[in-house]
Design a protein around this ligand. Structure first.
Ligand code: SIN
Length: 368
């Protein structure tokens, strides 16, 4: 029986009901873990958490330090878990791409089927961390904890936040209460769910927020406290549906672009994506996903040609509602709900691996 299984037995009755099936934690018959601690594997991808300041000034380069150096800076984490690690890549997350997403998810899924892996941490740049987190949230079926972590200050900066964030990530990944919550993000003492978390500051260490549903919990003094379940359907009447996308046979994803809305917006970005044969377009519209009339006409034309069009909003919080200000059914559009444009793009890419039909895609946006 695995570490979490043994702990669950010891505290049976304490465990909350989770909304996501805890497949691998149920089935994995673990090997005995040394010292009775969970086995946590870290996959490193770079970012400011691995960044280095070169001179006296603030200038730094992301993705400079290897994972061993980051682990070495936080020796106390070894009191929480048996730590192993590997370097997947070492890049600034502005350069994150689908090839690396697919490499990551294949490795994560391979590791999580192993009985001697109880949880995974992924170190990542903060710029696109939310997209990788949501991509994994939709493609990792295991209920074992998967936690993304980054930092806003480079590893050798005064007041570097990476070591504390990495320690917190180990706390979160090692906690049985983190199982079956989907992919999590540990940043600056908060724990967020992948779906809602977004970067809200370019520079502050409190760089992330979950604008629609708030953080799932917090980490204090080496313990994680969850305030709520991961059920974020607007009406809270039923558990989160979580159709997993099987990307095991894929080496690329359908092309989906984002067009940004503003006053007097031109149709040009839409027509460029249509001409480039993109299979999907996400609109970061104004307000409740509204569109300048020329952009509306171009998107309606794109939808009539079979290109999947999803309406999201450039506004930080609140849902883009289907059929309220704009007749989505008439235009063949899909409404993104509370997914921001960059998350809507991730879901649309995965949805398009199954169907191009707007009604079917809308169902996925309603439930993912
Ligand atoms: C990056 O996303 O790689 C750079 C910024 C950061 O990690 O905070």
């Amino acid at each position: 029986m695995g570490y979490f299984g043994r702990l669950k037995q010891a505290v049976s009755g304490f465990f909350p009901a989770h909304t996501r099936e805890d497949k691998n934690t149920k089935t994995a018959e673990n090997t005995a873990s040394p010292r009775g601690l969970p086995n946590i594997h870290i996959l490193a991808t770079g970012g400011t958490i691995a960044g280095r300041q070169t001179g006296a000034g603030p200038h730094y380069q992301a993705g400079e330090q290897g994972i061993e150096a980051l682990i070495g800076a936080v020796p106390t984490m070894r009191g929480l878990a048996n730590i192993s690690s590997e370097q997947v890549t070492n890049i600034g997350s502005q350069d994150m791409d689908e090839k690396t997403w697919l490499k990551l998810v294949h490795r994560v899924n391979e590791l999580l089927t192993r009985a001697d892996v109880d949880g995974i941490i992924i170190t990542h740049g903060t710029d696109t961390l939310e997209e990788t987190a949501y991509f994994l949230d939709l493609t990792v079926p295991s209920g074992k904890p998967v936690v993304l972590v980054g930092a806003m200050r480079p590893a050798n900066a005064v007041g570097a936040d990476g070591p504390a964030n990495l320690f917190d990530a180990v706390v979160v990944a090692s906690s049985p209460d983190s199982a079956a919550r989907g992919v999590l993000v540990a940043m600056n003492g908060n724990v967020f769910e992948a779906r809602d978390v977004t970067k809200v500051s370019t520079t502050a260490v409190q760089a992330f927020a979950a604008p629609n549903f708030g953080p799932l919990g917090q980490v204090h003094d080496g313990r994680v406290f969850y305030w709520r379940s991961s059920d974020h359907r607007a009406d809270h009447t039923s558990a989160r549906q979580h159709p997993e996308f099987d990307v095991s046979g894929l080496d690329m994803l359908p092309a989906v672009g984002i067009v940004y809305g503003h006053a007097n917006a031109p149709a040009l970005p839409v027509t460029a994506l249509v001409e480039a044969q993109y299979r999907g377009i996400v609109s970061a519209g104004v307000g409740n996903g509204n569109l300048y009339h020329e952009v509306l006409a171009a998107l309606a034309d794109a939808a009539s040609r079979g290109i999947a069009v999803v309406r999201s909003s450039r506004v930080a919080a609140g849902p883009t509602m289907r059929g309220i200000e704009l007749d989505d059914a008439r235009y063949g559009f899909v409404a993104a709900g509370t997914l921001n444009p960059q998350k809507a793009r991730v879901l649309l890419q995965l949805a398009l691996t199954r169907t191009q039909e707007p009604g079917e895609i809308q169902k996925m946006f309603d439930y993912c």
